[in-house]
Design a protein around this ligand. Sequence first.
Ligand code: PEP
Ligand code: MN
Length: 336
Amino acid sequence: MIIQLDKNISTTALAELKHNLEAIQYKYNPVTTQFQDYLVAIGKTDFDIRKIGQLEGVKDIHRVSDGYKLVSKKWKVQDTVIDLGDAVKIGTGHFSIMAGPCSIENEAQIEDTVAHLVKNNIKIMRGGVYKPRSSPYSFRGLGIDGLKLFYKHCRANGIKIITEVMQVSQIEPMLDYVDILQVGARNSLNFNLLDALGQVDKPVLLKRGISGTIEELLSAAEYIFSNGNERIMLCERGIRSFEKSYRNTLDLNAIPILKAKSHLPVIVDPSHGIGIRKHVEAMSLAGIMAGADGLIVEVHSQPEKAFSDGQQTLNFMEAERLYQRSLQTFDLREQL
Ligand code: PEP
Ligand code: MN
């Protein structure tokens, strides 16, 4: 059960509410986010919800029986739209494209990409400075110095930044230089990291785990929300299956299911999803038709020279065609 509290609930009213919950053997967890105060109450006893709903200081009350609650659409019917400022919004009704290289490599690459994004009116640049790599001998990113360069060029050109954070100690130093913190597939169940990201006021893009279920993804998002951060987006990036003819199985089914179960924006990552450059466009458009609120896609001026994931990275010409077709597809979907 989710109980939304009045912002200025009195101590006596709060004590009375807690007393009522204890009387029906419900355990309660206080949650304070950047927007609202809640009690998330857990219990099994049958009771009259109106009785709690009528108590002083209770703004709203909802029964949610799933393991994940605050991210569920069962209590928040209106979809979450994340406002990044400067009229950049992510969520239902606003189609977002986040594009850029897998890894930030050097200043010239950042400049080339920023110019390409500006030309195409793309407002969010992706690029990893901390890279989770299967082999420890592969390029692992430029770290915080790379992020500062990334920031310098993006800020000068009105572009927002999304980049991956791999561990708790990286969060604080990154905060001044990012607009969205990405949790990668390998960290999707890193509960310490999720807890910590719940305590910062920066939007988080949470990727589905390599073999994560939809329920695990939503529960991971619940960790972030229940620690105080409501600004979360979910990302379908493909799951590992028995199939070997492509990198991952992009689970298009997950998109409408996530949209139905949660009020959070859903982003599709076709680059990691299929992992093959020439098929990235088809899977992007399919993801949009399936209901995605946005796209995160890898692009590079010379994909064949990219430090990581070149095989799935679009060149600028391919990317331009993708942006146009994505927007057309989104418009078509909205008209259907
Ligand atoms: C990435 O976005 O480059 C990345 C490493 O993604 P994932 O965590 O989905 O593999
Ligand atoms: Mn990548």
